[in-house]
Structure formats: structure tokens, C-alpha cells
Design a protein around this ligand. Structure first.
Ligand SMILES: [Cu+2]
Length: 178
């Protein structure tokens, strides 16, 4: 857990370190940035940025290594017309519906504005802490007009809280990827 906390604070620096490691080092292999035993469910919150910290405990997580080769991010926006959503989350006042969902790894979640009163909404990853929305940068649908959808593919296991930037007092939700 100590490592996770450090990564949270150093996320920006770690990203730079990965670039340096990839371009200049051959002994820091693709699995080197990960220790399987040190990860916890909240590690996913930090998305693709928890990389490059070195093989501190010597363990290699092959599953994560596979993710390494395809996509380092924890989630990505995908075309709704080319993906089959495992879960639809409706965005409308006063709440997302459903407010929480559990999907398997690589599943696509469709965020759809079904607001009958014409309000735009977003689904923005992060938490609302003490009334202050704090985006974590993993995904953001941007403003969706009524009828619009944005699809997000979840690449890594973890818990992904989100909120609507415009109505975050009531519109908060959570995706669990397992
Ligand atoms: Cu909203």
C-alpha cells in the first residue's frame, strides 16, 4: 500500500520515467514495472500511469504484462457503433441509473444521456471529495447531449468511480472491473 500511495503522488513523474526507461534501457524488460503482489483494487484508479517503478519485489505478473503489450491505459473511449456494451448507464437527473455496475475486464460500458429534460451530462472518472469533484484522468465522456452515448472500454481490473461534472452533488457512480 505504501507503494500505491507513492505512485499516486508521483504519477506525473512516473510517466516521464517510463519514456526514459523504454528508450534507454534493455535490462528493464516489459514486465519490470510491475509487482503482482503489490497491487490492490485501488491501484487501477491510477490507470496507465502506475508504471516504470522498477521490479521492486521481483515478481512478474504475466496478466499485466499482456496488458502492457496491448494498451497501458486503464480505460479508453471506443466507438459505440463498433462495440457491444456489457452495461448501459443512463445519465439523467438526479442520478445515474444504475449508479454502480460490475463488468469483466475489457468490457465496454455505454454512458447514455437519457435525460428527459434536455440536460447535458458527463461521466468523468474520479471522486467527489468533500463536495469537490476530483478527476483522475482515466476517462471522461465530455458533455453528452440528450440522446448521445459515449462508450468506455475498461482494460484493467479495479474500481472506477465517476461523476457528472455538471451535477456532481447527486450524480456519482462506480464501475467495478473484475
Ligand atoms: Cu449531469
Amino acid at each position: 500500500m505504501r507503494r500505491s500511495a507513492w505512485l499516486a503522488g508521483m504519477a506525473g513523474v512516473v510517466t516521464v520515467a517510463v519514456v526514459a526507461a523504454c528508450s534507454s534501457s534493455t535490462d528493464n524488460g516489459s514486465a519490470g514495472g510491475y509487482g503482482g503482489s503489490g497491487r490492490s483494487s485501488d491501484a487501477g484508479v491510477f490507470g496507465g500511469r502506475d508504471r516504470g517503478s522498477g521490479a521492486q519485489d521481483g515478481s512478474i505478473d504475466v496478466r499485466v504484462d499482456l496488458a502492457d503489450s496491448s494498451d497501458a491505459r486503464a480505460a479508453e473511449i471506443v466507438s459505440c457503433t463498433q462495440a457491444t456494451a456489457a452495461q448501459v448507464i443512463q445519465a439523467r437527473l438526479p442520478y445515474f441509473d444504475p449508479t454502480s455496475a460490475t463488468v469483466p475486464e475489457l468490457a465496454v460500458v455505454e454512458f447514455k444521456n437519457t435525460d428527459p429534460d434536455g440536460n447535458p451530462h458527463t461521466a468523468t472518472s474520479g471522486e467527489v471529495k468533500a463536495g469537490t469533484p476530483t478527476p483522475d484522468g482515466i476517462f471522461d465522456t465530455g458533455s453528452m447531449a440528450p440522446g448521445a452515448s459515449v462508450c468506455v472500454r475498461f482494460i484493467r481490473k479495479g474500481v472506477y468511480p465517476f461523476y457528472c461534472k455538471l451535477h456532481y452533488d447527486s450524480m456519482q457512480g462506480q464501475i467495478t472491473v473484475e
